[in-house]
Design a protein around this ligand. Sequence first.
Ligand code: HEM
Ligand code: HEM
Length: 177
Amino acid sequence: MTYDLISRFNHWIIALAMIGMLAFGIYIEDFAPQGPEAGALLQTHKAIGVLVLVYGLWRVGWRLARGFLEPAAPVPVWQDRIAKLTHWVLIASVILMPLSGMTTSLFGGHDIQMFGLFIIPGFAENKAISEIAADAHGAIANVLIFFIVLHVAGALKHHFVDRDTTLVRMTSGRSTR
Ligand code: HEM
Ligand code: HEM
């Protein structure tokens, strides 16, 4: 069994987008100079994030409709469980990260400007909801980073140590090596 072209395309687009958005968010929070420039960066972060949600809904929907594949090669039960848990955490984050970000922003009373094309207007300010969502946004990001590291380590272990087709069935789609 291998991943169809759409699954592979979706996986890599969203993988790139999520890793990029994590780096972008951390840069804005911890490294960017404060002031109007940081505000502009945050607008870009928010607008790209909304696009990630739109594409992510399709990407996640496609996976849920098709189901996950069984392991490419036999693995111990505990590894299979960790891999499955990891996939569920990763796939949930594709929806939960943008949703928590949007909740932070909209309940903070802020508009989301979609690249100057149109505006998603902020709601009446509700600080409590906005702050809970902001905490969730940061916390889910940390959980996500942990699981991405685990996920990539697993992929590399399969490729270089086990020498099975786990990684190549997600790249070229080949199911033999
Ligand atoms: C698509 C996936 C997204 C990822 C991976 C992501 C990631 C991050 C990260 C890592 C931070 C820094 C958090 C911290 O250090 O506490 C952050 C901050 C932020 N993000 Fe996102 N983000 C995403 C989407 C969005 C969206 C769609 C919005 C709003 C429309 C948004 C709004 C914000 C805001 C307002 C902050 C700074 C405020 C705060 O957390 O207190 N993000 N994001
Ligand atoms: C460079 C980074 C990455 C590598 C090398 C990688 C590699 C892989 C491989 C080889 C598989 C197939 C596993 C199998 O056949 O059982 C896979 C599946 C998966 N990956 Fe990644 N991945 C990366 C980043 C990400 C990121 C950032 C996300 C999260 C958003 C993600 C989400 C998933 C999910 C949900 C699956 C299950 C199948 C699917 O729905 O696509 N991956 N990944």
